[in-house]
Design a protein around this ligand. Sequence first.
Ligand SMILES: [Zn+2]
Length: 277
Amino acid sequence: MPELPEVETVRRGLQPALEGQTLKSVIVRRAKLRIPFPKDFARRLTGSKVERLGRRAKYLFMHMQGGDVAIIHLGMTGHMTAISGKAPAPGKHDHVDFCTTAGATVRFNDVRRFGLMTLTTEEELETHRLIKNIGPDPLANSFSHEVLSAALKGRATSIKAALLDQKTVAGLGNIYVSESLFRSGISPKRQAKSVQGSRAEKLTRAIQEVLREAIEAGGSTLKDHRQPDGELGYFQHHFRVYGKDGETCPNCDDERYRIKKIVQAGRSTFYCSNCQR
Ligand SMILES: [Zn+2]
């Protein structure tokens, strides 16, 4: 499943093809993905100019001149590819094409169709039902250790579970939570409320570092995710603990201390019980 870095990678990859461009046509080949397309989806976007591509957590926003905003989520298996020149005939899972007057096609492919596209307006974006309950984006300027500490305060749940809760921090999935906790030396089993002060500072820094490195590396590709240019991302090679159970902890660098795998709330957690407290 694409996580925040993958979605940010997609956003950056699509910027040259879409920003400042006018949509000549929008072709929707199905009535619905996870939710139905708005009936006027293609009509409202056609002829309109894309001012900029935005993102909040794992949602992409296509801000249109005139005040419409297309909300896009890649779901489990969605990807978007920018094709310059004549696009090949669409395949079975190519559900939407955005064609620009400059001759580019941005194609949305989604095998499992858990992705979605809908429309709102600039005025209603913040209160849209999909957006209003999303917590702070860890890469936004407004995110800080104070924001994180406040969100964790008084919570008896594990820090792992609290970070997976999208209301605490938005867009962090299982992989990046494991990696961030490892880098900040915090045990995934620690109570969320005890992550305050310098611990919260370390964790905030680790979350931002891990995400930025992932974005630079082009997003991870555990399963089925491709970069907008069709290449596979490669951050997966840089995971320090995720999927590394049984291997020597790269931080302790001592064979006695190996990465463990535990299951918390149904999700795998990878960590070192020696250097994560
Ligand atoms: Zn260790």
